[in-house]
Design a protein around this ligand. Structure first.
Ligand code: FAD
Ligand code: NAP
Length: 871
């Protein structure tokens, strides 16, 4: 690494080659200079600006307010540049990029008009050999570099024009993403625009101002909201200027890179008038994230999404006079927000102009472009100009557009043939020292890109410093880290409606491109936390090599299921009290208040509340009856709550879910709680409950004479296991099956998971100790009525479904109980749930990734109960 000295642009042996001089390449160059790293930036265009250099079509402007869409790394730059409009036009954004280049003297290290064609890794020398070629032709260079950074842009390679006969047209042809530098005069011309994405939606109204005729060829309509553009809103300017640093910091830790108050309210939970008023306000205010974020579930719940989509369709119908045209403009085939929401000025109203026509390609497909125009199946149209606004080979196009060969001759195209495989969207296995800015697997296009670009550049530069300081020459991600990150990204996407659209986010716009969700949907904030944690944990998931040897820190940064991660983060943000610091009455009040906010769970046929004789007096039960005609099998269920809190109704959503999934009557039986009624009161009540239900199964709607099942969660799982053992020893009642969901089985609390998962996963080791301290004194805890794992014999017990969760302090004692049952000859369905916490499977409708496990658990229980009946 060159130390503090800048080398001449044109050097062929440098520390870093940067490909691209858009906002990413420019900021990277500035940072690398500060570090004293010799850098060559290679740019195909003739100047800086990237997107804003190439996309000069009429009406081009940003869709994120430009005050937000600005660099934040230098307060002086921020102060001296004033934006003229809320959404600045392309020429102004390009001038801003040029101003930045001037201010930091960037151009002297940028070679313009030069395309990087290939890069080959030399493992012996730990260097990249980068091949370039001037765009104007002639010989290129070979540059040797320790690092290569692809700052090549997510939307920089226009999609190949795939309209049949496109090259036959003899009139003027323009591509929005490669617009000429000279103004295009549309005056008096007949113009065809093919495509109705953001580029078309911005350009059509402006082209229509001059053209004699505009014909828009639409394959799929897009949702668009008005920019309501104008001067920079004074309120926003004042807000930023009042505390610039704080504003930028809040953008960095926001979901989309634009700070705004995120709604926690479901669109389905508010009255129609209130929701419509909120939508109206958002329509007037504008802002993509703010509009989609008016309610919390627009991008996750189809019904909520449909409300917003319907609102926009209503707007389209109210603006466009011709009802047939309005209908054709209404998107109906994908959820709103699953393709980039467009931001327009007068788009829909333009269709009211007499010289503007919409051709719906779903009804009138193009057969071919001709020398004079466009032939549809049922009509020939003539034009002077065709504008192709047909989009980009997004996110991967520019990266695989370079012929990159990593270790052992592996090419990036081969490595990504089934879709891009990256760690954090930053690096690729087998491609040491190759970095991507806003690559696939990072929030990139789902965010304010400037915020994401700055974050990536800062991470990469910090990484270079780290490598230098520790004497490492190379860095690359491990296979485990890459696979896990890709899986995590896909799991996150699957929690949203995003994969339902044929969008460029999915690669679906380019024929033959693998269908994979490309950006990271977990938010700018969640992503930044992951990147920071990787560093804090010693570059987890990376292997670094240098003269001092190899440092491999293999591992997975996000092992929690994504929805569980989000839930835990939200809980930590709420600053909830540690339950073990409260008194039992306070814990009961607190958990009841929390339970009131849960989704209710599915509807069942009937719910009946009643009383039964416990071991020392009457207690409550709640019966959940399936909607199907009876009689039904019966499950005796015991709630969780560490024997201290909870009730017959406290696990209501889970009991409903169990009832619906198993088709059984679920009898949720209360029991006495500690410390008022310590051990063995709860166990005695559980046994009494089992006996009473077994004796009354027929009256309750169960099948006469059929054995009942026992079930329970956590402390309730403990009671279910205990009740099954007592029934076996007493010779009855007959128990058909037992479902033990993350059960307490051992008072010794010595299993490794108590330490491994001691804190941060809802049930803490400290809380578990608090429960035991209230329930049973240490000398009684090894009693099998408290610790079923300690029973002398486990044979002769009913078949068991034992569910354990990876991030649960109780995991190992549940695993131990399942293993011990199996050793004793009991049939066991042991369901180990990865990525989940102690309470995960009780969070019905709140944690979607838990649903398949609840289904498996219920299926196994049902089959055990069914087998008992058959036997
Ligand atoms: P780019 O600006 O795309 O720059 C990449 C550069 O790399 C290009 O100049 C390209 O010529 C060069 N390059 C690529 N491959 C090679 C090669 N092999 N050799 C040499 N040079 C190469 N994002 C937002 O957040 N808000 C917006 O409002 C917004 N509006 C947009 C409007 C349009 C019309 C488009 C197309 C995109 C928009 N985006 C927006 C996304 C936009 O791309 C980013 O905001 C940002 O400008 C990307 O900067 P970049 O430096 O990463 O990439
Ligand atoms: P796009 O969103 O991919 O839109 C391309 C359009 O062309 C779609 O309507 C597509 O139809 C159509 N199309 C493609 N091939 C076609 C064919 N063979 N026949 C007929 N129609 C065809 O591309 P874009 O408009 O350039 O926008 C891309 C992204 O760049 C945006 O989503 C946004 O992120 C960014 N951008 C932002 C702004 C802004 O407002 N700041 C402006 C422009 C671009 P189908 O949908 O049926 O494929």
């Amino acid at each position: 690494m060159a130390n503090g000295t800048e080398r001449e642009a044109g050097g062929t042996d440098v520390d870093v080659v940067v490909v691209g001089a858009g906002f990413a390449g420019m900021y990277l160059l500035h940072r690398l200079r500060q570090l004293g790293m010799s850098t060559r930036v290679l740019e195909a265009g003739d100047d800086v600006g990237g997107t804003w250099y190439w996309n000069r079509y009429p009406g081009a402007r940003c869709d994120i307010e430009t005050l937000d869409y600005s660099y934040s790394f230098d307060p002086e730059l921020e102060r001296e540049w004033q934006w003229s409009e809320k959404f600045a036009p392309q020429p102004e954004i390009l001038r801003y990029a040029q101003h930045v280049a001037d201010k930091y003297h960037l151009r002297r290290d940028i070679t313009f008009g030069t395309r990087v064609e290939g890069a080959r890794w030399d493992d012996q020398a730990s260097r990249w050999h980068v091949r370039t070629r001037p765009v104007s032709g002639g010989a290129g260079e070979e540059i040797v570099a320790r690092h290569v950074v692809m700052a090549t842009g997510c939307l920089s390679v226009p999609k190949e024009i795939d309209v049949p006969g496109a090259d036959r047209f003899r009139g003027e042809v323009y591509l929005t993403g490669r617009w000429p530098h000279e103004p295009v005069d549309f005056t008096g011309k007949r113009v065809a625009v093919i495509g109705t994405g953001s580029s078309a939606i911005q350009s059509i109204p402006v082209i229509a101002e001059d053209a004699a005729q505009v014909t828009v060829f639409q394959r799929t309509p897009n949702f668009s909201i008005p920019a309501n553009n104008g001067p920079v809103p004074e309120r926003k300017r004042a807000l930023i200027e009042a505390d610039r640093a704080a504003y930028r910091e809040s953008a960095r830790w926001s979901g989309s890179g634009v700070p705004y108050e995120r709604s926690m309210v479901s669109a389905l939970s508010v009255p129609d008038e209130e929701r419509l008023a909120t939508y109206e306000m958002a329509w007037e205010r504008g802002g993509i994230s703010e509009f989609l974020g008016t309610y919390s579930d627009h991008l996750t719940n189809p019904a909520a999404n449909e409300l917003l989509a319907d609102f926009v369709r209503g707007k389209i119908r109210s603006i466009v006079h011709d009802p047939e045209v309005a209908e054709a403009l209404c998107p109906t085939t994908y959820p709103i927000g699953t393709k980039r929401l467009c931001v327009d000025t007068n788009y829909y109203a333009t269709y009211n102009l007499p010289h503007v026509r919409l051709v719906d390609l779903r009804k009138h497909p193009i057969t071919t472009v001709t020398e004079r125009g466009v032939d549809l199946v049922d009509e020939s149209l003539e034009f002077d100009v065709i504008v192709f606004a047909t989009g980009f080979d997004a996110m991967t196009g520019a990266v695989v557009g370079v012929d990159i060969t990593g270790r052992d001759g592996l090419t990036l195209r081969e490595a990504w043939q089934h879709g891009p495989m990256t760690y954090l969207g930053l690096m690729v296995e087998s491609f040491p020292n190759l970095f991507l800015v806003t690559g696939p697997g990072s929030p990139s296009v789902l965010s304010n890109m400037i915020v994401s670009i700055e974050q990536h550049v800062d991470w990469i530069v910090d990484c270079f410093v780290h490598l230098r300081d520790e004497g490492s020459e190379t860095i690359e991600p491990t296979h485990t880290a890459v696979e896990a990150w890709v899986k995590h990204t896909n799991e996150f996407a699957d929690l949203t409606l995003m994969p339902r659209a044929n969008s460029w986010y999915m690669g679906a716009n380019v024929p033959g491109k693998p269908r994979v969700f490309l950006p990271y949907p977990g938010g700018v904030d969640g992503y930044r936390r992951a990147c920071n944690e990787v560093v804090e944990r010693g570059y987890l998931g990376f292997v670094r090599r240098g003269p001092a040897g190899e440092r491999c820190n293999d591992g997975i940064i996000r092992r929690l299921a994504p929805d569980v991660g989000v839930m835990l983060h939200m809980m930590s943000e709420l600053g909830l009290p540690a339950l073990e610091t409260l008194s039992p009455p306070e814990v009961r009040a607190f958990t009841e208040a929390m339970a009131a906010q849960r989704p209710p769970g599915p509807d069942v046929g009937e719910i009946v509340d009643g009383r039964y004789p416990g071991a020392a007096g009457e207690l409550d039960y709640r019966l959940y009856r399936p909607a199907s005609p009876g009689p039904h099998p019966v499950i005796v269920y015991f709630h969780g709550g560490g024997w201290v809190f909870g009730s017959a109704t406290s696990d209501d959503p889970l009991c409903r879910d169990l009832c619906v999934r198993t088709g059984a009557i679920v009898m949720s039986m209360d029991y006495r709680h500690a410390p008022e009624a310590p051990f063995p009161a709860a166990a005695d009540d559980a046994v009494a409950a089992l006996r009473w239900v077994a004796d009354h199964a027929g009256e309750l709607g169960g099948t006469d004479g059929e054995a009942v099942a026992v079930a329970g969660w956590s402390a309730g799982g403990n009671l279910a296991a205990v009740a099954a053992q007592v029934a076996r020893d007493a010779g009855g009642p007959a128990v058909s099956a037992q479902l033990l969901l993350t059960p307490v089985t051992d008072g010794a609390v010595t299993h490794a998971s108590h330490e491994e998962n001691a804190d941060g996963y809802v049930l803490t080791a400290a809380l578990m100790r608090w429960f035991w301290d209230h329930y049973a004194p240490p000398e009684q805890r090894s009693d099998p009525l408290a610790s079923p794992l300690r029973a002398e014999r486990l044979d002769g017990l009913p078949p068991a479904v034992v569910v354990t969760c990876e991030f649960d302090p109780l995991r190992d004692e549940g695993d131990a109980y399942a293993a011990a049952l199996e050793r004793a000859g009991v049939t066991v369905h042991h369901l180990r749930v990865p990525g989940h916490v102690h309470s995960s499977l009780t969070a019905v409708d709140a944690l979607p990734t838990g649903a398949p496990f609840r289904a498996e658990m219920a299926d196994a229980l049902r089959s055990f109960m069914g087998a008992a009946v058959t036997a």
